[in-house]
Ligand binder design. Structure first.
Ligand code: BDR
Ligand code: CA
Length: 367
């Protein structure tokens, strides 16, 4: 291991010792202030962006992961709409050593080896051991496609340090975080430097389940279940949040008929995305006997590109961190019964054909 790599690793370990302590202190604290949004309001996504709107600055926090890989490519193909500044990797679907590696492989696929930094972040949840989904995504995290050795190394900073430094220097409301995995990196950054929330326009995250039940336990969805304390911190942060939960993922299912047009694009990324989608469907078929798979992480990117494809409601979302059977459950106050303040927009519906049109258009722009 080179000296530089070694220093990076030991400074990460030192960083984590201090941030875990700060995070644990926050978990014991009273609920953080909300921005006092209106209680229970139906929303349809904002109207279409004008063609000349400047691209939205986005940092993608991710645990690739098959559907993460599709989401990253989707975002990278959406030049003009999204300006992806960096990928920050977190442990989740597979351990961090693989998620950061996979993130670097995906940027190579998109031809962004030297123009898109990848930062490695937290290697385990705030207060728990890491649970992975290698049974779903495969031992490498990217089952279904050939993997090469990444063409460039990680960026030197810890992902949480990168988030804090970048957001401290950013104009108010100028950056969007797109969160595709457990929320460990983001919760840690918001705990160490709560003032960075001001720089955030929004956190758009895949996680949770309410009308549809869990995929990790009967009650909980994977990203929230793996690090429920982190999710609780993020939902209490006062930052505007839009949630693309399982409820909406199952309404834009991947099917063989939807894979065919992606493969027909004829480019490298089209073939890779089609192969990953096919692997996701094969897993569902083997496990549940159905020839379709929920479309998870890419829904966040479609929401960023074309919010009018989605609809949902402004609600209070609480995260269960102690339940014997309900750990990691997202409790959505759909009718405002609890009088808890609104802290998120919970998306429930999608124009699935519009989603696949947007996905295919974006992947078509890649190598
Ligand atoms: C989420 O869990 C992960 O396995 C997927 O990448 C997605 O982010 C779905 O529950
Ligand atoms: Ca993910």
């Amino acid at each position: 291991m080179s000296n530089q790599r070694f220093e990076n690793r030991s400074s990460r370990r030192g960083f984590l010792r201090t941030t875990f302590a700060a995070t644990a202190a926050t978990l014991g604290a009273a609920a953080l202030p909300s921005r006092g949004w209106a209680q229970v309001e139906m929303v349809r996504g904002a109207s279409r962006l004008p063609a000349d709107a400047s691209a939205r600055s986005v940092i993608i926090d991710t645990d690739p992961g098959q559907d993460d890989a599709i989401a990253i490519l989707f975002a990278l193909g959406a030049q003009g709409r999204l300006d992806v500044k960096a990928l920050t990797a977190v442990a989740g679907n597979v351990p961090l050593t693989l998620t950061e590696r996979n993130a670097r492989i995906v940027r190579d696929w998109a031809g962004r080896t030297h123009t898109l930094p990848v930062y490695a972040g937290c290697a385990r949840p705030l207060m728990r051991e890491l649970l992975t989904a290698a049974n779903v995504h495969g031992r490498t995290g990217l089952d279904g496609v050939p993997l090469h050795d990444p063409q460039a190394p990680l960026a030197p900073q810890h992902a949480v340090t990168y988030l804090i430094d970048t957001l401290r220097g950013a104009a108010p409301g100028s950056v969007t975080l797109c969160a595709l995995g457990p929320l460990t990196n983001i919760a840690t950054a918001l705990t160490v430097a709560p003032e960075i929330g001001k720089a955030l326009r929004e956190i758009v995250l895949m996680g949770g389940a309410f009308f549809e039940r869990g995929n990790m336990t009967p009650a909980a969805e994977f990203n929230i279940y793996v690090d429920p304390e982190a999710a609780r911190i993020v939902f209490a942060s006062g930052v505007p949040i839009t949630v693309l939960p399982r409820d909406v993922a199952v309404k834009a299912p991947i099917t063989p008929a939807r894979i065919a047009p992606v493969r027909a694009l004829g480019n490298r990324c089209g073939a890779l995305v089609a192969d990953i989608m096919a692997a996701e469907v094969a897993y569902q078929k083997g496990r549940f006997g159905v020839e379709s798979a929920p479309m998870y992480d890419p829904c966040t990117v479609a929401y960023l590109i074309e919010p009018s494809l989605f609809s949902g409601r402004k609600v209070n979302v609480s995260v269960e961190t102690t339940g014997e059977y309900t750990l990691g459950e997202t409790i959505v106050d759909w009718t405002g019964r609890s009088k808890r303040p609104v802290n998120a927009t919970w998306v429930t519906d999608v124009d699935a054909d519009g989603f696949y049109n947007a996905l295919n258009a974006s992947i078509a722009r890649l190598p």
